[in-house]
Design a protein around this ligand. Structure first.
Ligand code: AMP
Ligand code: MG
Length: 336
């Protein structure tokens, strides 16, 4: 199959909608990361997403809508707080889990009785959904396990020959996947941190953060969000989080060069092995996946990343990095 990359325009959106209406899959821009889109209500189309990505069958997909009016048909119940959150944060990087209506096929929800729904801010994504008239299931458009794509070129790298079309709307403004929440006893429970932060959500209800966000789930432990148990977001290089800052970070990296080494620091001067991954959590979120992919392109063996702040969007950066690093956090030798 030939994979076409077309710039976002009324004509390319029309072409994407035709493919999707015929049961096909398309690479779709969103403000979080690029998605692999298919009709969320078409079992066969959704099954093809799992095949194209090599994604485990029990990892459910997020269903994308273009207006709040599309929600009631997809779910059995909408808590009041969810409606208030939708009014405040949709379109935007917030995914909410609801009891699913029968119209959602089991393959879309990974066999669960619940469904994850989000309305993106991206105009291109909403245009595609509007042109189709049905909700779109779209996981990140990378091969399962590799860093998520934040440009159309990243999608092309992973999906060339597997899908007919990618819509190119430039680099994603958020850069990490959406915040995923469910509701438990009146509280907002964060399953995956993202662009809508715990601080922002806490204005609406008490917020709790799932322990799988910052810790490695034990073997066979039941996790609320199936995606949290897989190795994720990883380049081929060995990634380590370095829990040091400033000179101590530079010292760790220089003392532990191992093969072709890249060191991603926070606001560092770019020289030798060092590259800057952004002075703020927002910039780090935007650049993280692109830099991990670049490390692979440059043939890196080892990638050191300075420990991010866990405030605001920083928690999402930390969560993705922990998984890219396989939970390996290192420090300078105390004896030094
Ligand atoms: P991705 O499609 O790669 O952005 O991943 C979607 C994330 O949402 C994964 O971590 C899933 O485990 C999570 N998710 C989707 N649907 C549900 C659901 N019904 N319950 C819990 N987590 C979900
Ligand atoms: Mg993903």
């Amino acid at each position: 199959m030939n994979t076409e990359v077309l710039i976002y325009s009324p004509e390319s959106i029309q072409k994407a909608a035709e493919i999707l209406k015929a049961g096909g899959i398309v690479g779709m821009p969103t403000e979080t990361v690029y998605g692999l889109a298919a009709n969320a209500l078409d079992e066969n189309a959704v099954r093809d997403i799992f095949v194209a990505k090599g994604r485990p069958q029990d990892n459910p997909l997020i269903v994308h809508i273009s207006s709040i009016d599309m929600l009631p048909k997809l779910v059995r119940e909408i808590p009041d707080v969810a409606l208030r959150l939708a009014q405040r944060f949709w379109g935007g990087p917030l995914t909410m889990i609801f009891p699913k209506a029968d119209i959602i096929p089991a393959v879309t929800s990974g066999g669960l009785d619940t469904v994850a729904v989000r309305m993106p801010a991206s105009e291109a994504a909403r245009d595609i959904i509007n042109a189709c008239g049905f909700p779109i299931a779209a996981p990140s458009a990378n091969l399962s396990g590799s860093p998520s794509p934040t440009t159309a070129q990243h999608v092309f790298r992973d999906m060339d020959g597997r899908i007919p079309l990618i819509i190119d709307d430039g680099a994603c403004s958020c850069g990490v996947e959406s915040t995923v929440i469910c509701f438990r006893d009146g509280r907002i429970h964060i399953l995956r941190p993202g662009g809508v932060t715990a601080e922002m959500l806490s204005e609406f209800a008490e917020v709790e953060i799932d322990k799988a966000v910052s810790a490695k789930p034990a073997e066979n432990e039941k996790v609320l969000s199936p995606g949290m148990k897989y190795k994720h977001y990883s380049p081929k290089a060995d990634v380590f989080i370095v829990d040091e800052h400033g000179d101590a970070f530079l010292r760790y990296c220089n003392a532990n060069i191992n093969g072709n080494t890249v060191a991603m620091g926070i606001g560092v001067t770019e020289q030798d092995i060092f590259i800057d991954y952004g002075a703020t959590p927002e910039l780090q979120a935007q650049r993280l996946f692109a830099l991990l992919r670049k490390a692979d392109d440059d043939g890196a063996d080892t990638v050191y990343v300075e420990m991010p702040s866990r405030e605001g969007v920083g928690l999402a950066v930390y969560n993705r990095l922990l998984r890219a690093a396989g939970f390996r956090v290192v420090k300078n030798d105390k004896a030094e």
